[in-house]
Write a protein that binds this ligand. Sequence first.
Ligand code: NAD
Ligand code: UDP
Length: 348
Amino acid sequence: MGEKILVSGGAGYIGSHTVLQLLLGGYETVVIDNLDNSSVVAIDRVRFLAAQYAPNLSFHQVDLRDKPALEKLFASEKFDAVIHFAGLKAVGESVHKPLLYYDNNIIGTIYLLEVMAAHGCKKLVFSSSATVYGWPKEVPCTEDFPINALNPYGRTKLFIEEICRDVYQSDSEWKVILLRYFNPVGAHPSGDIGEDPHGTPNNLMPFVQQVAVGRRPALTVFGTDYNTVDGTGVRDYIHVVDLAEGHSAALRKLADPSIGCEVYNLGTGKGTSVLEMVAAFEKASGKKIPLVKAGRRAGDAEIVYASTDKAERELNWKAKYGIEEMCRDQWKWASKNPYGYGSPEPAT
Ligand code: NAD
Ligand code: UDP
Protein backbone atom coordinates (compact mmCIF):
# COMPACT_ATOMS: atom_id res chain seq x y z
CA MET A 1 0.00 0.00 0.00
CA GLY A 2 1.28 3.49 -0.92
CA GLU A 3 1.29 6.54 1.30
CA LYS A 4 -2.00 7.75 2.75
CA ILE A 5 -2.90 11.31 1.76
CA LEU A 6 -5.67 13.44 3.24
CA VAL A 7 -7.18 15.72 0.59
CA SER A 8 -9.29 18.61 1.85
CA GLY A 9 -11.66 19.94 -0.81
CA GLY A 10 -11.14 16.76 -2.83
CA ALA A 11 -14.68 16.79 -4.28
CA GLY A 12 -14.00 20.14 -5.99
CA TYR A 13 -12.67 20.91 -9.43
CA ILE A 14 -8.91 20.66 -8.94
CA GLY A 15 -9.25 18.29 -5.99
CA SER A 16 -11.21 15.64 -7.91
CA HIS A 17 -8.66 15.58 -10.74
CA THR A 18 -5.80 15.36 -8.25
CA VAL A 19 -7.45 12.58 -6.25
CA LEU A 20 -7.82 10.54 -9.45
CA GLN A 21 -4.15 11.10 -10.28
CA LEU A 22 -3.12 10.07 -6.76
CA LEU A 23 -5.19 6.89 -6.89
CA LEU A 24 -3.72 5.92 -10.26
CA GLY A 25 -0.27 6.63 -8.79
CA GLY A 26 -0.86 4.09 -6.01
CA TYR A 27 -1.69 6.46 -3.14
CA GLU A 28 -4.40 5.78 -0.61
CA THR A 29 -6.61 8.88 -0.55
CA VAL A 30 -9.01 10.18 2.08
CA VAL A 31 -11.16 13.12 1.00
CA ILE A 32 -12.86 15.60 3.31
CA ASP A 33 -15.21 18.16 1.82
CA ASN A 34 -18.32 19.96 3.08
CA LEU A 35 -19.75 19.92 -0.50
CA ASP A 36 -20.33 23.66 -0.29
CA ASN A 37 -19.21 24.12 -3.90
CA SER A 38 -19.16 20.53 -5.14
CA SER A 39 -21.12 17.34 -5.49
CA VAL A 40 -20.62 13.86 -4.17
CA VAL A 41 -21.23 12.69 -7.75
CA ALA A 42 -17.68 13.90 -8.50
CA ILE A 43 -16.40 11.36 -5.97
CA ASP A 44 -18.46 8.58 -7.59
CA ARG A 45 -17.06 9.53 -11.02
CA VAL A 46 -13.49 9.52 -9.68
CA ARG A 47 -14.12 6.03 -8.27
CA PHE A 48 -15.39 4.91 -11.67
CA LEU A 49 -12.34 6.33 -13.49
CA ALA A 50 -9.96 4.90 -10.90
CA ALA A 51 -11.33 1.39 -11.64
CA GLN A 52 -9.31 -1.15 -9.64
CA TYR A 53 -7.86 1.61 -7.45
CA ALA A 54 -11.31 2.81 -6.34
CA PRO A 55 -11.19 0.97 -2.98
CA ASN A 56 -8.25 3.24 -2.04
CA LEU A 57 -10.56 6.27 -1.93
CA SER A 58 -12.70 7.18 1.05
CA PHE A 59 -14.89 10.24 1.48
CA HIS A 60 -16.08 12.11 4.58
CA GLN A 61 -18.48 15.02 4.41
CA VAL A 62 -16.70 17.23 6.93
CA ASP A 63 -16.32 20.98 7.29
CA LEU A 64 -12.76 22.01 8.12
CA ARG A 65 -14.07 24.29 10.84
CA ASP A 66 -15.56 21.28 12.65
CA LYS A 67 -12.44 20.71 14.72
CA PRO A 68 -13.81 17.74 16.73
CA ALA A 69 -14.56 15.96 13.43
CA LEU A 70 -11.00 16.64 12.23
CA GLU A 71 -9.65 15.37 15.56
CA LYS A 72 -11.69 12.20 15.24
CA LEU A 73 -10.42 11.58 11.71
CA PHE A 74 -6.77 12.08 12.64
CA ALA A 75 -7.21 9.90 15.73
CA SER A 76 -8.56 7.05 13.62
CA GLU A 77 -6.16 7.20 10.64
CA LYS A 78 -2.51 8.06 10.14
CA PHE A 79 -1.78 10.39 7.23
CA ASP A 80 1.60 10.77 5.54
CA ALA A 81 0.70 14.19 4.13
CA VAL A 82 -2.19 16.57 3.51
CA ILE A 83 -3.11 18.35 0.29
CA HIS A 84 -5.25 21.30 1.28
CA PHE A 85 -7.60 22.55 -1.46
CA ALA A 86 -10.65 23.36 0.66
CA GLY A 87 -11.64 26.98 0.53
CA LEU A 88 -14.03 29.51 -0.92
CA LYS A 89 -12.72 31.11 -4.10
CA ALA A 90 -15.15 33.66 -5.57
CA VAL A 91 -13.40 37.03 -5.67
CA GLY A 92 -16.60 39.11 -5.95
CA GLU A 93 -18.33 37.24 -3.13
CA SER A 94 -15.26 37.74 -0.93
CA VAL A 95 -15.60 41.52 -1.32
CA HIS A 96 -19.21 41.36 -0.06
CA LYS A 97 -18.63 38.70 2.60
CA PRO A 98 -15.05 39.15 3.83
CA LEU A 99 -15.71 37.61 7.25
CA LEU A 100 -17.11 34.47 5.65
CA TYR A 101 -13.90 34.16 3.62
CA TYR A 102 -11.62 34.79 6.59
CA ASP A 103 -13.61 32.34 8.70
CA ASN A 104 -13.82 29.59 6.12
CA ASN A 105 -10.37 29.84 4.56
CA ILE A 106 -8.18 31.04 7.40
CA ILE A 107 -9.86 29.55 10.49
CA GLY A 108 -10.35 26.30 8.55
CA THR A 109 -6.63 26.22 7.74
CA ILE A 110 -5.57 27.02 11.30
CA TYR A 111 -7.68 24.15 12.65
CA LEU A 112 -6.23 21.83 10.06
CA LEU A 113 -2.64 22.82 10.93
CA GLU A 114 -3.34 22.47 14.66
CA VAL A 115 -4.81 19.00 14.30
CA MET A 116 -2.02 17.92 11.93
CA ALA A 117 0.62 19.10 14.42
CA ALA A 118 -1.13 17.39 17.32
CA HIS A 119 -1.02 14.10 15.42
CA GLY A 120 2.54 14.46 14.12
CA CYS A 121 1.54 14.89 10.47
CA LYS A 122 3.69 17.82 9.33
CA LYS A 123 3.72 17.56 5.54
CA LEU A 124 1.45 19.93 3.67
CA VAL A 125 0.76 20.98 0.08
CA PHE A 126 -1.36 24.13 -0.06
CA SER A 127 -3.37 25.65 -2.95
CA SER A 128 -2.19 29.21 -3.27
CA SER A 129 -2.83 31.37 -6.30
CA ALA A 130 -1.23 33.68 -8.82
CA THR A 131 -3.65 36.24 -7.38
CA VAL A 132 -0.93 36.98 -4.80
CA TYR A 133 1.09 38.68 -7.58
CA GLY A 134 -1.68 41.30 -7.92
CA TRP A 135 -0.88 43.45 -10.99
CA PRO A 136 2.74 42.33 -11.45
CA LYS A 137 5.19 45.04 -12.48
CA GLU A 138 6.65 42.68 -15.07
CA VAL A 139 6.12 39.18 -16.49
CA PRO A 140 6.84 36.32 -16.22
CA CYS A 141 6.13 36.21 -12.49
CA THR A 142 8.88 34.54 -10.48
CA GLU A 143 8.31 33.19 -7.00
CA ASP A 144 10.44 35.91 -5.41
CA PHE A 145 8.19 38.75 -6.65
CA PRO A 146 6.61 40.86 -3.90
CA ILE A 147 3.16 39.59 -3.01
CA ASN A 148 0.05 41.61 -2.37
CA ALA A 149 -3.66 41.11 -2.60
CA LEU A 150 -6.42 43.13 -4.20
CA ASN A 151 -9.42 41.57 -2.43
CA PRO A 152 -10.32 39.47 0.64
CA TYR A 153 -10.04 36.17 -1.29
CA GLY A 154 -6.49 37.08 -2.33
CA ARG A 155 -5.70 38.14 1.20
CA THR A 156 -6.74 34.72 2.53
CA LYS A 157 -4.15 33.14 0.20
CA LEU A 158 -1.51 35.65 1.19
CA PHE A 159 -2.20 35.25 4.93
CA ILE A 160 -2.22 31.45 4.72
CA GLU A 161 1.12 31.52 2.90
CA GLU A 162 2.51 33.71 5.70
CA ILE A 163 0.98 31.47 8.39
CA CYS A 164 2.69 28.45 6.79
CA ARG A 165 6.03 30.26 6.71
CA ASP A 166 5.64 31.18 10.41
CA VAL A 167 4.66 27.65 11.36
CA TYR A 168 7.75 26.31 9.61
CA GLN A 169 9.95 28.94 11.30
CA SER A 170 8.61 27.81 14.67
CA ASP A 171 9.11 24.09 14.00
CA SER A 172 11.47 22.89 11.30
CA GLU A 173 9.88 19.43 11.29
CA TRP A 174 7.22 20.92 9.02
CA LYS A 175 7.59 20.49 5.27
CA VAL A 176 5.28 22.77 3.33
CA ILE A 177 4.85 23.35 -0.39
CA LEU A 178 2.82 26.37 -1.44
CA LEU A 179 1.63 25.96 -5.03
CA ARG A 180 0.65 29.16 -6.81
CA TYR A 181 -1.76 28.06 -9.51
CA PHE A 182 -2.22 30.25 -12.54
CA ASN A 183 -5.54 29.69 -14.42
CA PRO A 184 -6.71 26.08 -14.26
CA VAL A 185 -9.05 25.10 -17.11
CA GLY A 186 -10.08 22.00 -19.05
CA ALA A 187 -11.23 18.68 -17.68
CA HIS A 188 -10.24 15.04 -17.56
CA PRO A 189 -10.07 13.76 -21.18
CA SER A 190 -12.87 11.26 -20.43
CA GLY A 191 -15.26 14.21 -19.98
CA ASP A 192 -16.56 12.52 -16.81
CA ILE A 193 -15.17 15.01 -14.30
CA GLY A 194 -14.76 18.75 -14.73
CA GLU A 195 -15.57 22.14 -13.24
CA ASP A 196 -19.12 22.62 -12.01
CA PRO A 197 -19.32 25.86 -10.05
CA HIS A 198 -22.49 26.62 -8.11
CA GLY A 199 -24.22 29.83 -9.26
CA THR A 200 -22.92 32.22 -11.91
CA PRO A 201 -19.34 31.38 -12.87
CA ASN A 202 -16.75 34.05 -12.04
CA ASN A 203 -14.00 32.62 -14.17
CA LEU A 204 -13.72 32.92 -17.92
CA MET A 205 -13.85 29.33 -19.12
CA PRO A 206 -16.75 28.01 -17.01
CA PHE A 207 -18.71 31.01 -18.28
CA VAL A 208 -17.72 30.34 -21.91
CA GLN A 209 -18.73 26.71 -21.45
CA GLN A 210 -22.18 27.68 -20.16
CA VAL A 211 -22.68 29.98 -23.16
CA ALA A 212 -21.69 27.12 -25.50
CA VAL A 213 -24.33 24.78 -24.05
CA GLY A 214 -27.02 27.46 -24.17
CA ARG A 215 -27.27 28.17 -20.44
CA ARG A 216 -26.23 31.82 -20.91
CA PRO A 217 -26.73 34.09 -23.91
CA ALA A 218 -23.31 35.73 -24.24
CA LEU A 219 -19.90 36.22 -22.67
CA THR A 220 -19.17 39.66 -21.28
CA VAL A 221 -15.57 40.57 -22.13
CA PHE A 222 -14.18 42.64 -19.28
CA GLY A 223 -11.87 45.21 -20.81
CA THR A 224 -10.87 45.68 -24.45
CA ASP A 225 -8.38 48.51 -23.93
CA TYR A 226 -5.49 46.71 -22.27
CA ASN A 227 -2.03 47.03 -23.71
CA THR A 228 -2.11 43.47 -25.10
CA VAL A 229 -2.26 41.72 -28.46
CA ASP A 230 -6.00 42.45 -28.94
CA GLY A 231 -6.83 44.71 -25.98
CA THR A 232 -8.17 41.92 -23.73
CA GLY A 233 -6.57 40.58 -20.56
CA VAL A 234 -3.82 37.97 -20.80
CA ARG A 235 -3.53 34.96 -18.47
CA ASP A 236 -1.59 31.73 -18.14
CA TYR A 237 -4.16 28.94 -18.64
CA ILE A 238 -3.10 25.51 -17.44
CA HIS A 239 -4.78 22.16 -18.09
CA VAL A 240 -6.22 20.80 -14.84
CA VAL A 241 -4.63 17.40 -15.54
CA ASP A 242 -1.19 19.07 -15.70
CA LEU A 243 -2.03 20.87 -12.48
CA ALA A 244 -3.05 17.60 -10.82
CA GLU A 245 0.30 16.11 -11.84
CA GLY A 246 2.00 19.09 -10.21
CA HIS A 247 0.57 17.86 -6.90
CA SER A 248 2.08 14.41 -7.33
CA ALA A 249 5.40 16.13 -8.06
CA ALA A 250 4.98 18.23 -4.89
CA LEU A 251 4.29 15.13 -2.80
CA ARG A 252 7.46 13.52 -4.16
CA LYS A 253 9.37 16.68 -3.26
CA LEU A 254 8.11 16.49 0.34
CA ALA A 255 10.26 13.38 0.72
CA ASP A 256 13.37 15.53 0.10
CA PRO A 257 15.06 15.98 3.50
CA SER A 258 16.28 19.46 2.56
CA ILE A 259 12.82 20.91 1.93
CA GLY A 260 11.38 23.41 4.41
CA CYS A 261 8.63 25.80 3.30
CA GLU A 262 8.85 26.35 -0.46
CA VAL A 263 6.70 28.08 -3.04
CA TYR A 264 6.28 27.04 -6.68
CA ASN A 265 4.36 28.49 -9.60
CA LEU A 266 2.23 26.01 -11.54
CA GLY A 267 1.57 27.51 -14.96
CA THR A 268 2.67 26.98 -18.55
CA GLY A 269 4.73 30.15 -18.93
CA LYS A 270 2.55 31.24 -21.87
CA GLY A 271 0.07 34.11 -21.98
CA THR A 272 -3.26 33.90 -23.86
CA SER A 273 -5.78 36.72 -24.30
CA VAL A 274 -9.52 36.42 -23.64
CA LEU A 275 -10.29 36.60 -27.36
CA GLU A 276 -7.62 34.01 -28.21
CA MET A 277 -9.11 31.67 -25.61
CA VAL A 278 -12.64 32.19 -26.94
CA ALA A 279 -11.43 31.49 -30.50
CA ALA A 280 -9.74 28.28 -29.37
CA PHE A 281 -12.93 27.17 -27.62
CA GLU A 282 -15.08 28.00 -30.66
CA LYS A 283 -12.75 25.89 -32.79
CA ALA A 284 -12.82 22.95 -30.36
CA SER A 285 -16.60 23.02 -29.88
CA GLY A 286 -17.85 24.23 -33.24
CA LYS A 287 -20.06 26.66 -31.27
CA LYS A 288 -20.20 30.40 -31.72
CA ILE A 289 -19.73 32.35 -28.48
CA PRO A 290 -21.59 35.69 -28.68
CA LEU A 291 -19.62 38.49 -27.03
CA VAL A 292 -20.66 41.66 -25.22
CA LYS A 293 -17.81 44.12 -24.77
CA ALA A 294 -17.67 45.82 -21.38
CA GLY A 295 -15.33 47.89 -19.25
CA ARG A 296 -12.53 46.49 -17.14
CA ARG A 297 -13.45 44.36 -14.11
CA ALA A 298 -12.30 46.00 -10.87
CA GLY A 299 -9.10 44.53 -9.54
CA ASP A 300 -8.12 42.75 -12.79
CA ALA A 301 -4.50 42.81 -13.91
CA GLU A 302 -3.49 43.32 -17.52
CA ILE A 303 -1.04 40.49 -18.16
CA VAL A 304 -0.18 37.65 -15.78
CA TYR A 305 1.86 34.60 -16.66
CA ALA A 306 4.27 32.36 -14.81
CA SER A 307 7.92 31.71 -14.81
CA THR A 308 7.99 27.91 -14.67
CA ASP A 309 11.75 27.57 -14.19
CA LYS A 310 11.69 26.79 -10.47
CA ALA A 311 9.02 24.08 -10.74
CA GLU A 312 10.79 22.53 -13.73
CA ARG A 313 14.14 22.54 -11.94
CA GLU A 314 13.11 21.51 -8.44
CA LEU A 315 9.85 19.58 -8.89
CA ASN A 316 10.88 18.05 -12.19
CA TRP A 317 7.43 19.01 -13.46
CA LYS A 318 6.38 20.79 -16.64
CA ALA A 319 2.93 21.31 -18.16
CA LYS A 320 2.37 19.12 -21.23
CA TYR A 321 -0.86 20.50 -22.67
CA GLY A 322 -1.66 23.62 -24.67
CA ILE A 323 -4.88 25.59 -25.08
CA GLU A 324 -6.15 23.28 -27.86
CA GLU A 325 -6.19 20.30 -25.51
CA MET A 326 -7.61 22.45 -22.69
CA CYS A 327 -10.54 23.53 -24.89
CA ARG A 328 -11.03 20.07 -26.39
CA ASP A 329 -11.32 18.44 -22.96
CA GLN A 330 -13.43 21.25 -21.50
CA TRP A 331 -15.87 20.83 -24.39
CA LYS A 332 -15.97 17.06 -23.92
CA TRP A 333 -16.95 17.61 -20.28
CA ALA A 334 -19.47 20.35 -21.16
CA SER A 335 -21.13 18.45 -23.98
CA LYS A 336 -21.40 15.25 -21.91
CA ASN A 337 -22.57 17.16 -18.81
CA PRO A 338 -24.22 20.42 -19.88
CA TYR A 339 -25.58 20.86 -16.35
CA GLY A 340 -22.47 19.66 -14.61
CA TYR A 341 -23.12 17.02 -11.97
CA GLY A 342 -26.69 18.19 -11.43
CA SER A 343 -29.93 18.35 -13.35
CA PRO A 344 -31.13 21.36 -15.37
CA GLU A 345 -32.20 24.39 -13.35
CA PRO A 346 -35.99 24.84 -13.41
CA ALA A 347 -37.15 27.30 -16.08
CA THR A 348 -37.93 30.75 -14.66
P1 NAD B 1 -13.69 24.22 -5.79
O1 NAD B 1 -14.64 25.17 -5.18
O2 NAD B 1 -14.14 23.40 -6.93
O3 NAD B 1 -13.08 23.24 -4.67
C1 NAD B 1 -12.93 23.63 -3.32
C2 NAD B 1 -13.61 22.57 -2.47
O4 NAD B 1 -13.47 22.91 -1.09
C3 NAD B 1 -15.12 22.47 -2.78
O5 NAD B 1 -15.42 21.12 -3.04
C4 NAD B 1 -15.78 22.96 -1.48
O6 NAD B 1 -17.00 22.30 -1.25
C5 NAD B 1 -14.71 22.63 -0.45
N1 NAD B 1 -14.75 23.47 0.76
C6 NAD B 1 -14.81 24.83 0.84
N2 NAD B 1 -14.80 25.22 2.12
C7 NAD B 1 -14.72 24.10 2.88
C8 NAD B 1 -14.66 23.84 4.27
N3 NAD B 1 -14.72 24.83 5.18
N4 NAD B 1 -14.59 22.57 4.70
C9 NAD B 1 -14.55 21.55 3.80
N5 NAD B 1 -14.60 21.72 2.47
C10 NAD B 1 -14.68 22.98 2.02
O7 NAD B 1 -12.37 25.06 -6.18
P2 NAD B 1 -11.10 24.64 -7.03
O8 NAD B 1 -11.09 25.43 -8.27
O9 NAD B 1 -10.98 23.16 -7.10
O10 NAD B 1 -9.96 25.24 -6.09
C11 NAD B 1 -9.27 24.47 -5.13
C12 NAD B 1 -8.31 25.38 -4.38
O11 NAD B 1 -7.43 25.99 -5.32
C13 NAD B 1 -9.00 26.52 -3.64
O12 NAD B 1 -8.31 26.72 -2.42
C14 NAD B 1 -8.81 27.70 -4.56
O13 NAD B 1 -8.80 28.91 -3.87
C15 NAD B 1 -7.44 27.38 -5.16
N6 NAD B 1 -7.23 28.03 -6.48
C16 NAD B 1 -8.14 27.84 -7.47
C17 NAD B 1 -7.96 28.47 -8.70
C18 NAD B 1 -8.98 28.32 -9.80
O14 NAD B 1 -9.01 29.16 -10.71
N7 NAD B 1 -9.79 27.29 -9.83
C19 NAD B 1 -6.83 29.28 -8.90
C20 NAD B 1 -5.91 29.43 -7.87
C21 NAD B 1 -6.12 28.79 -6.64
N1 UDP C 1 -13.06 37.51 -18.09
C1 UDP C 1 -14.00 38.05 -18.96
N2 UDP C 1 -15.31 37.68 -18.77
C2 UDP C 1 -15.72 36.84 -17.78
C3 UDP C 1 -14.74 36.31 -16.90
C4 UDP C 1 -13.41 36.68 -17.08
O1 UDP C 1 -13.67 38.80 -19.86
O2 UDP C 1 -16.93 36.58 -17.65
C5 UDP C 1 -11.63 37.87 -18.30
C6 UDP C 1 -11.00 38.57 -17.10
O3 UDP C 1 -11.21 39.96 -17.19
C7 UDP C 1 -9.53 38.16 -17.27
C8 UDP C 1 -9.61 36.76 -17.88
O4 UDP C 1 -10.91 36.66 -18.48
O5 UDP C 1 -8.87 39.01 -18.19
C9 UDP C 1 -9.46 35.63 -16.87
O6 UDP C 1 -10.40 35.87 -15.82
P1 UDP C 1 -10.62 34.79 -14.66
O7 UDP C 1 -11.61 35.36 -13.70
O8 UDP C 1 -10.92 33.46 -15.26
O9 UDP C 1 -9.18 34.66 -13.98
P2 UDP C 1 -8.32 35.72 -13.14
O10 UDP C 1 -8.69 37.10 -13.59
O11 UDP C 1 -8.66 35.47 -11.72
O12 UDP C 1 -6.90 35.40 -13.48
